[in-house]
Design a protein around this ligand. Structure first.
Ligand SMILES: [Zn+2]
Length: 287
């Protein structure tokens, strides 16, 4: 006779088997899908047939990365933090035909961080600093829009520096209750001089020393996927140089606007700043 306890055990077992089976169903070689502002949507585009070209995809006027996994084409769409939740459409060109593929973005409220600063000069920039920062923001915006068609793009990133997670993507920051730009990267707590490595194979798009980001390396992984490594103490690569996955790019530091040594790592996809944690295995938090 079945008892209540065995029924519960069976249910638990079934549930744990389901949980165990879930990772097997996840896409290999694709980032984690997260249809939220600052996330990544994975939109299936049909099966890969021999001889047929890779579909070309756009979100508005921006080209979107397309990759294959288990014989299926997928559009990997970067969702900007300011995207409106609700239905959205990609235009997909296969052969000579163009059609629309829809996907939905759901809202996400990122945590807030309130910082009290006594020294206002740390927040209010001089006219010269403001002019410099504005010039650099425009130049960085151009770099983020860069598109280089590549045969394939490695979407399984390594964490560029070994250390605990210090600050997550999307954090909404307030200085003396004044809203500031949200945190569009992932901070890894590392001491000055820690090796910073390329999260995947690519080409160095640019290197620079910026007012806010400090010494920075941009790596272009192809098809609109770009990574940024900021506040470096030292840069070991040059623009135009090909880099392999895990190749040393430089050493961590606190150049630019940084309250302490850490690596700020950003991921850009079709021009949108997206959550780097979607491209890496989970890393432990500090404290
Ligand atoms: Zn940061």
């Amino acid at each position: 006779m079945r008892t209540f306890t065995t029924d519960i055990l069976r249910t638990c077992l079934r549930f744990s088997l389901l949980v165990l089976a879930l990772p097997l169903l996840a896409h290999a070689g694709l980032p984690k899908a997260s249809n939220v502002p600052g996330g990544v949507a994975i939109v299936p585009l049909g099966s890969v047939s021999t001889g047929a070209d890779k579909p070309q995809t756009w979100l508005g006027d921006k080209p979107v990365l397309v990759t294959s996994d288990h014989n299926q084409w997928y559009a990997v769409v970067g969702l900007p933090l300011d995207i409106t939740p609700g239905p959205h459409e990609l235009s997909v060109k296969t052969g000579g035909e163009t059609k629309a593929e829809s996907f939905t973005v759901v809202p996400k409220s990122y945590p807030e961080q309130h910082i009290k600063l006594k020294d206002k000069s740390k927040v209010e920039l001089s006219a010269a600093d403001l002019a410099r920062a504005e010039r650099e923001i425009a130049a960085i915006k151009e770099l983020k829009r860069h598109w280089r068609a590549a045969q394939d793009t490695d979407l399984e990133f390594i964490v560029p520096a070994e250390g605990p997670l210090a600050s997550r993507f999307g954090l909404r920051r307030f200085f003396n209750e004044e809203p500031r730009a949200p945190h569009v990267g992932l901070d890894v707590a590392v001491a000055r001089g820690t090796p910073v490595k390329a999260s995947a194979q690519g080409t160095v798009l640019a290197v620079g020393d910026y007012f806010f980001n400090g010494k920075t390396v941009f790596v272009d992984h192809g098809n609109g996927l770009i990574t940024m490594y900021c506040h470096l103490d030292q840069i070991n690569v040059q623009a135009g140089e090909p880099v392999s996955k895990a190749q040393l790019l430089g050493l961590s530091g606190m150049t630019g606007r940084a309250t302490g040594p850490h690596l700020h790592w950003s991921v850009v996809l079709n021009g949108a700043m997206v959550d780097p944690e979607l491209f890496i295995p989970p890393i432990p938090e500090s404290q």
